[in-house]
Design a protein around this ligand. Structure first.
Ligand code: AFP
Length: 344
């Protein structure tokens, strides 16, 4: 893959049969929508964006003005693409369009929208799946049925991360030509990391394996991991994922004891599934702690799931810590507190 090719050239090289052409057209539609959305995020208040909202989506989240505008922009961009079923974070129901189409799409039009009026990075996430016999069943399949997945970060750069099932490539919007141009191909996530991302204010609500892992990270070079860690928490999944693809890391939004968070906060269909596909395609991993994200199938449209993703060594360590019940997590014991039994 030559660096510097446009996204359209990349997609044309991929589209070697009618189904692949369909996938390519859907990705191109998200790229076109992203160019329109980025003009709103860059304009902010000058573009009439307040980051406020009055209505609630199907999962009870306040819908910010840009959530709804992004949803409309994406649906309009997809109008010219044959799609069987559409699922959006901002809609209570699946939209059936062309049931005979080979592809269906789940998307989060604007993730991280609570960051809009603080001028932080936000994004769009999408997952393209093969349509099963009945279009209505498109979103009850495991994540392994995805054909493509991607996300756009509306940050200092507007960049699109894409997997078509053969590695991960990154494209940045050239604002002069209004075309996405490839900046990285076949991205690989470093297998090890010294950087974790978690909302540490929820520490009192975490389950023991998460407590043990994060405390081991904070123990630094004197602890069982024998490494000094750095922490990040942006509050925007796409920004965290982009950083992990750039320099490695582990992102955790685990289940916790708060009401409504027993299955975490992130949604399986249009956040965890596409992110997991991208992470695995880049040599990383994605798990609930107990189960591989891509093996999971949704029972409901906005189903939440605990999400741990990033550098493969850290993901596998956390899975071991979740799956070995005989490990004693004597947390906060005086003097003889025992740590996780793993030594790297
Ligand atoms: P919003 O879209 O409501 O801003 O949520 C963003 C998000 O789903 C994800 O992008 C962040 O990683 C996570 O929530 C932040 O959650 P906390 O606000 O609980 O830290």
């Amino acid at each position: 893959m030559d660096q510097g090719q446009t996204l359209r050239q990349h997609l044309d090289g991929f589209a070697t049969d009618p189904d692949r052409r369909l996938i390519a057209d859907a990705v191109a539609a998200f790229a076109d929508a992203a160019i329109e959305i980025t003009e709103l995020t860059c304009g902010g208040a000058l573009a009439g964006i307040t980051g406020e909202g009055q209505t609630l989506n199907g999962d009870g989240d306040i819908q910010k003005d840009l959530d709804l505008q992004a949803d409309r922009i994406i649906r309009r961009a997809l109008a010219g693409v044959s799609v069987a079923a559409l699922a959006s974070e901002e809609a209570n129901e699946i939209e059936i369009r062309d049931p005979a189409s080979a592809i269906s799409i789940a998307f989060d039009p604007l993730d991280g929208s609570s960051n809009i009026n603080t001028n932080m990075s936000v994004g769009t996430i999408f997952s393209i799946v093969r349509t099963p016999l009945h279009a209505r069943a498109a979103f009850t399949q495991p994540g392994t049925t995805q054909l493509a997945a991607g996300f756009v970060v509306y940050g200092p750069q507007t960049s699109l991360v894409l997997t078509l099932g053969d590695g991960v490539d990154i494209f940045t919007l050239d604002r002069k030509t209004r075309a996405f141009r490839q900046i990285r191909s076949q991205v690989k996530i470093p297998p090890n990391t010294a950087e974790f991302a978690i909302n540490a204010s929820n520490r009192r609500h975490w389950d023991p394996p998460i407590l043990a892992y994060i405390d081991d990270c904070i123990a630094g070079a004197d602890g069982v991991l024998q490494t000094n860690f750095n922490m990040r928490w942006i509050g925007s999944l796409v920004a965290e994922a982009y950083r992990i693809l750039t320099r490695g890391g582990i992102f955790l939004y685990p289940a916790d004891a708060r009401d409504g968070y027993r299955e975490g906060r992130l949604r399986l269909l249009y956040e965890a599934h596409p992110m997991a596909f991208i992470m695995e395609q880049a040599g990383g991993g994605a798990t609930t702690g107990n189960l591989r994200i891509l093996d999971l199938a949704a029972n409901t449209l906005h189903q939440r799931v605990p999400l741990i993703m990033g550098s493969i060594e850290s993901v596998q360590r956390l899975e071991r810590m979740h799956m070995s019940p005989d490990i004693k997590f004597e947390r906060n014991a005086p003097l003889f507190a025992t740590r996780g039994l793993f030594r790297n």
